[in-house]
Design a protein around this ligand. Structure first.
Ligand SMILES: *Cc1c(COP(=O)(O)O)cnc(C)c1O
Length: 358
């Protein structure tokens, strides 16, 4: 039978071009340096609570306030519990924050090169936006953020560039935007420097978003959080309770608490990653790559003569996955996650041979 083409439902669909996440290959022999995961396991307490989970408790809905984890984060960051919001990864927190805070007719502003989820949220929620070009060194031009706007989003350290801006730059932008909510996405802050969290008590319109996925080795649990004034957190919760009250499952809540407690463990792993990053920088330089100074668990590298796309494909064929973005200004760069030393050694063995053969 011929399909009828006069149904209008298709034109009523909310269409959006989705964000494309990095690949998660099933083949475990692949060296996975493409999604900025932590190469080390979560803190030992996380495994302990997951092994001992009370399965009968799963009959019940989890605590909609995520109270245990909110309290743990509040005490760790020395905040009031009304200043912490928890969601299903920081992607969920960011999606909620865009929906909650960017309800103006004026465009929100963020850098041209940044986390590619931001324009997707804007399209989905019909939020107008205007991109602000980073300079040649991928640095923020702070004056670009002085103009009238409906909101500001800054990833710091930025992705995929790895560039960390000093807290004074962030404060300058926040202080020039008393009429907008400013979101600072700090997915990589534990590998960098001072967090904008220290500014939260001074600026009621500043929301700092962090995640368990990178420095806390728990991307698979999906936990993210936002910290800010009580007004911002209340508004976020009102929207959350209007979509889905029970966002975090019971296992994630309990594992998350342990993921906050053992900072000594994580600090040691972060130091290991920074040491491997240092060594990797030397290797990349030796092989003819350059990159901006990194404040993250990855490097954003470009080669003097070999196109990034060729390198990406050659690496992939040899079971080494890195991330390549076919986007303006960055289509000759690779984003390479810092893995374990053994993984990086294999990467550099391959690159040495490949580059020599060119
Ligand atoms: C990884 C990342 C996130 C998302 O992390 P979740 O796993 O959803 O918590 C958010 N922002 C940036 C810039 C990231 O790189």
């Amino acid at each position: 039978m011929e399909l009828m083409n006069n149904n209008r439902w298709e034109s009523y669909i909310r269409r959006v071009t989705p964000y494309v996440p990095g690949e998660q290959p099933k083949d475990e022999s692949i060296i996975k340096l493409n999604t900025n995961e932590n190469p080390y396991p979560p803190a030992p307490g996380v495994e302990r609570v997951l092994r001992n989970i009370d399965v009968d408790r799963l009959r019940l809905y989890p605590d909609p306030t995520i109270g245990l984890l909110v309290d743990e984060l509040a005490s760790f960051y020395e905040l009031d519990k009304d200043q912490v919001f928890v969601g299903v990864g920081s992607d969920d927190v960011l999606a909620n924050a865009f929906l909650t805070f960017f309800n103006s007719d004026k465009p929100i502003i963020f850098p041209d090169i940044t986390y590619s989820f931001y324009p997707v949220y804007c399209d989905l929620y019909r939020i107008p936006y205007e991109i602000q070009p980073l300079d040649k060194e991928f640095r923020i031009v702070k004056e670009d953020y002085y103009k009238d706007n409906g909101g500001v989003v800054i990833a710091n350290p930025n992705a995929p560039t790895s560039v960390y801006e000093e807290i004074s730059i962030i404060e300058d932008i926040v202080s020039h935007n008393p009429n907008s909510v400013v979101i600072v996405d700090e997915a990589y802050i534990d590998f960098a420097g001072e967090s904008a969290l220290s500014l939260v008590s001074k600026y009621e319109n500043l929301l700092v978003v962090q995640t368990f996925s990178k420095s806390r080795s728990m991307a698979g649990m999906r936990i993210g959080y936002a910290m800010g004034s009580k007004k911002l957190i209340k508004a976020l919760n009102d929207v959350k309770y209007s979509i889905n009250s029970y966002t975090l499952n019971q296992a994630s809540i309990l594992a998350g608490v342990e993921g906050v407690r053992d900072w000594e463990y994580y600090n040691e792993k972060i130091q290991n990653i920074l040491d491997v990053r240092n060594e990797s920088e030397k290797e990349f330089r030796r092989l003819g790559f350059s990159f901006p100074k990194s404040g993250a668990n990855f490097l954003f590298v470009t080669h003097a003569s070999i196109p990034a796309k060729d390198l990406y494909e050659a690496l992939k064929e040899n079971k080494i996955y890195v991330r390549y973005f076919d986007l303006p200004r960055i289509d000759n760069y690779l984003r390479v996650t810092i893995g374990k030393k053994e993984e990086m050694d294999k990467l550099f063995d391959f690159l040495s041979k490949y580059i020599e053969s060119k």
